[in-house]
Design a protein around this ligand. Structure first.
Ligand SMILES: Nc1ncnc2c1ncn2[C@@H]1O[C@H](COP(=O)(O)OP(=O)(O)OP(=O)(O)O)[C@@H](O)[C@H]1O
Length: 410
């Protein structure tokens, strides 16, 4: 496992941006909810505590036991994260006179501290908070201030524990990236070697070890996620991966043929399934958009299940799941109630009983594109305009017929 930064999420709308900024420095990081802290292994080089919509003064406010980390690992608390530490260790957090949302300038910066190295006097930062730290605990010292906020940043003496009131992860904090680099590289000592090429090498090795001689089936949509996931799996296990690309009769003009061709050029073992008529039959007479969407989903599952059955001994289902889907399903606010509604065991199609392999489930979309480029997937696939599953059906009012699709395509 690569070295990483652990981001503990207290529910802020900016948490994913913290992860994006860290990864832009070629350092791997993961977001975990504050109440499900993973085991702290030696790969974890530092911890960032996110902001939160809550106030540390609220009853039942999100809390965390930091004693096992403090002094052993560098910690950076952002906004709520910093207030939480201040309050926990004997300081005082009070409501600000006015809720501060917007630009502010650091008029006092103590450059002696690694966190603030090369930050310029007057540096613009972004504030978004209703509380403020009024009194710091013993052993905590102020290292940056704005005219309105005295404790804009603090450090704990004798340990690499820091708190900042502003949000370095948003672009309005003009030197925010510099501050995050100071933390991640200079304080945590991360090597900045997490690149798309390195991801490809390590993921292909992991897939080889995990899949061995097993067979995998995977649906391709022509979109970037499934294409990149399939190419990675193919690198690992070759033709033990069977890809299925379904023509549902709702794709754009010439799209089925063109996409199928590019998959073949990539060397993928791909079956093109002409299921147009099955979809048109199922859609016949349906006019309600939700009913149409459901019919398309149902027939897709039936067609895919039929194809998966033809592959003898297949054990795995490949999927193009990406990191935002994963974060959503384990978020502080709880998983979306509808994500798994189709998982009523018993009625499951056979392919859903397969084990799932998701090689992209730690990546953001633009990282998936970078990995695609590293795999030399054609730009036409990597930069393809996103196209919804129900395809052209969403553009057609009333019932859907082959004739109407033909006009829509033109
Ligand atoms: N026409 C199709 N033929 C076969 N499989 C498909 C097809 N359309 C979608 N899929 C499968 O269903 C998954 C989800 O489809 P969706 O349209 O939501 O894609 P997505 O999540 O945007 O990912 P992608 O970037 O791969 O399109 C795809 O990743 C693919 O595995």
């Amino acid at each position: 496992m690569a070295e990483q930064i652990l981001i503990l999420d207290f529910g802020s709308q900016y948490t994913q941006l913290i992860a994006r900024r860290v990864r832009e420095l070629n350092v791997y990081c993961e977001i975990h909810p504050y109440n499900k802290v993973p085991e702290i292994t030696s790969d974890i080089k530092g911890v960032i505590l996110s902001g939160s919509p809550c106030s540390v003064r609220d009853e039942g406010a999100p809390d965390i036991d930091l004693d096992s980390m403090r002094g052993k690992l560098p910690i950076l608390g952002v906004c709520y994260g910093s207030q939480l530490m201040a309050q926990k260790y004997g300081g005082e957090v009070l409501p600000s006179e006015i809720r501060e949302y917007g630009r502010a300038n650091l008029t006092h910066i103590d450059q002696h501290y690694d966190l603030l190295k090369e930050m310029t006097h007057g540096s613009q930062v972004w504030m978004s908070h209703g509380d403020t730290i009024k009194v710091l605990p013993d052993g905590f010292e102020v290292i940056a201030s704005t005219p309105a906020v005295e404790v804009a940043a603090f450090k704990v003496q004798g340990e690499e524990t820091y708190g900042i009131q502003f949000h370095p992860e948003v672009t309005h904090s003009l030197e925010g990236k510099n501050l995050i680099r100071n933390f991640v590289v200079h304080i945590c000592g991360c090597a900045q070697d997490w690149t798309a090429d390195m991801f490809v090498d390590s993921t292909v090795a992991e897939l080889k070890a995990k899949l061995g001689d097993d067979k995998v089936v995977m649906g391709l949509s022509g979109g970037v996620d499934s294409s990149v996931a399939a190419t990675l799996i193919h690198r690992a296990i070759g033709d033990n991966l069977t890809c299925v690309f379904v023509d549902n009769g709702l794709l754009r003009k010439n799209e089925f043929e063109e996409v199928l061709d590019s998959y073949k050029t990539l060397g993928l073992n791909v079956i093109g399934v002409d299921a147009k008529q099955r979809f048109y039959d199922a859609l016949s007479g349906l006019t309600d958009p939700e009913a149409k969407r459901k019919a398309i989903g149902r027939v897709f599952i039936e067609v895919f299940d039929d194809e998966a059955h033809k592959i003898e001994g297949v054990k795995w289902l490949g999927q193009g799941t990406i990191y935002p889907d994963v974060i959503e399903s384990v978020s502080v606010k709880g998983p979306s109630a509808t994500i798994k509604s189709h998982h009523n065991v018993g009625g499951l199609p056979d392919f859903m009983k397969l084990s799932v392999v998701e090689p992209l489930n730690t990546l953001f979309k633009d990282e998936v594109r970078e990995v695609g480029r590293s795999l030399e997937i054609p730009e036409a696939i990597i930069g393809r305009h996103p196209f919804p599953g129900p395809g052209l059906a969403i553009r057609i009012l009333g019932d859907i017929t082959a004739e109407k699709v033909k006009h829509c395509r033109k």
